[in-house]
Design a protein around this ligand. Structure first.
Ligand SMILES: NC(=O)c1ccc[n+]([C@@H]2O[C@H](COP(=O)([O-])OP(=O)(O)OC[C@H]3O[C@@H](n4cnc5c(N)ncnc54)[C@H](O)[C@@H]3O)[C@@H](O)[C@H]2O)c1
Length: 305
């Protein structure tokens, strides 16, 4: 896709990464953020993303920060909204965007959970409202779920997916605006079963992680579960499901075990304890391991073109 002018709303964790990856793809990016603090720290955060990926220093010159919405959205062909996860705020921003942008400007929300159907419900031109669910950090994790709601046009989905694919992302088309889209539904299906196994004393959390990382997770980056089902044969998959499905956890709400953890303040690394105990050093070691892995993957992908 030829260079576009793109608006990004929110210079936080997600917004700065989205701005970085779009600028790295040659686009001009204008970020709106009302917070002077977030705007002040933006340049350093963008530079650290650039240094991490070895990007051309001149690409940062294509990104500008703005304290008001109108100049940031001027002549934008796409807008990516990454403001706080609050429905009234997002609805208000989209209402303002409708007045500030051309009728065919694509308005994309990075909301994790709020349906874009709700975010765009007061707009006149709802066919250009779409969900784009990036994964954190967006400049390192390639997946973007492009969520088509009932009003989103096929053309909006096509243009959005083209922009993202040309920017080196892996966009996937989610054809219905459902909670959790695809990725979080799959993640939480695993987490529901894993937490139930721990709560019922089958194993501890280290064991769950070992089973995933050394078992099916070790091959998942190159063999998705649907490919794996065809590889072993759907007849085997059916035989296993006949035995297993009735025994899997089917809770329709979080387990008491998880609620008790949260109620007692054991929320994970930042509290020093969650499903296991953490020191600042052991928590940092996990973060660093993840960072190095994602950077190596992103560099390998970039070198493959
Ligand atoms: N953090 C994640 O892992 C993740 C992953 C996927 C999607 N998301 C979604 O992305 C969105 C942003 O999340 P984040 O983690 O980047 O949050 P964040 O808190 O890091 O950033 C939010 C930014 O929005 C700015 N902001 C505050 N009020 C605003 C306003 N009125 N208008 C415009 N900007 C405003 C803040 O100053 C801040 O810079 C949320 O909808 C979130 O659910 C987050």
């Amino acid at each position: 896709m030829p260079p576009q002018t793109i608006g990004v709303i929110g210079a936080g964790l997600m917004g700065h990464g989205i701005a970085y990856l779009l600028a790295a793809a040659g686009h001009t990016v204008r970020i709106y953020d009302p917070s002077a603090e977030w705007r002040a720290s933006l340049a350093a955060r963008l530079e650290s993303a650039r240094a991490l990926l070895g990007g051309d220093p001149t690409l940062l010159g294509r990104i500008s920060a703005h304290e008001t919405l109108a100049p940031a959205m001027k002549s934008a062909s796409f807008v990516f909204e990454a403001a706080p996860e609050k429905l009234p705020l997002k609805q208000q921003l989209f209402a303002e965007l409708e007045a500030l942008t051309a009728p065919d400007t694509i308005l994309a929300s990075n909301s994790s959970a709020i349906p874009s159907t709700r975010i765009g419900e007061k707009l006149k031109h709802r066919e250009r409202v779409v969900g784009t669910h990036f994964w954190n950090p967006p400049h390192l994790v390639p997946l973007v779920e492009v969520i088509q709601n009932e009003k989103t046009s096929d053309e909006t989905v096509r243009r959005t997916m083209t922009l993202l694919a040309d920017a080196g992302r892996k966009p996937v088309h989610v054809k219905k605006d459902i909670p959790g889209f695809i990725g979080n539904r799959l993640q939480h299906a695993i987490k529901r079963e894993a937490i139930a196994l721990i709560a019922s004393g089958v194993c501890d959390s280290d064991t769950i992680d070992e089973v995933v990382k050394s078992g099916f997770g070790a091959r998942m980056a190159v063999l998705g579960p649907m490919e794996q089902s065809d590889l072993v044969g759907l007849d085997l998959t059916l035989d296993i499901q006949n035995v297993l499905l009735a025994d899997l956890d089917r809770s329709t709400e979080p387990t008491q075990f998880l609620k008790d953890k949260v109620a007692s303040g054991k929320v994970g690394m930042r509290a020093g304890e969650g499903l296991r105990k953490w020191t600042p050093e052991s928590a940092d070691a996990v973060r660093e391991r993840l960072r190095q892995f994602l950077v190596a993957q992103a560099k390998a992908q970039a070198s493959r073109g």
